[in-house]
Design a protein around this ligand. Sequence first.
Ligand SMILES: [Fe+2]
Length: 219
Amino acid sequence: MILQVGDVVGYGPDPKLCIAALRERGAQVCLGNHDAAVLGRISLDLFNPFARYAVEWTRRQLSGEDLAWLRAIPLFQVLFEQDITIVHGSLHEPAEFDYVRSLSSARLSMESQETKACFVGHTHQPCLFTMEGGTEFQYRPEFESQASYQLDKGQQALVNVGSVGQPRDEDPRTGYLLYDTETLVFQLIRLEYPIGEVQTKIRSAGLPEVLADRLTYGL
Ligand SMILES: [Fe+2]
């Protein structure tokens, strides 16, 4: 099962292909702030000039069908059978697209989390927080150093899965996460990809240079 935690479009040079790839694979998706901006649901004043330019460029690339698909994406999804929630930023007021970057912001999100696991994106940096008994919250740095984590039966997890298209943890490789719902193991996967080809596409599209450059460094 493929889950996508938002910002399907908004920075990269292939927004139509990203939408098509997720549609073809029947991915479960939740809405990101860049998706919302492309739809005109949030103000572009909240974006830096480069991101704003990319959002306006993206709007011009998408067909009516692409936009209809984006419009149908919910702010979050609870997948009861898999005991998983997906949301872009935080489960605490999902429409605000808050960043989970600290134990206190993780705690706010987890207080609204009813499932075993909740997957988020938005910061583009993998990390993991756990909750036990609804009261004990912990940041788990070993998840980042070991690229995996075995969840205990009594724990719930809030996991940032990193970013496929624009990693920002100083590792430029594309990133995603595998989760085994039976063994409760999370595994971060990083793969090399032809960064230069994407950068050429970004420059050819006339998108801001910084969006190409940052891919070299994973920033
Ligand atoms: Fe985002």
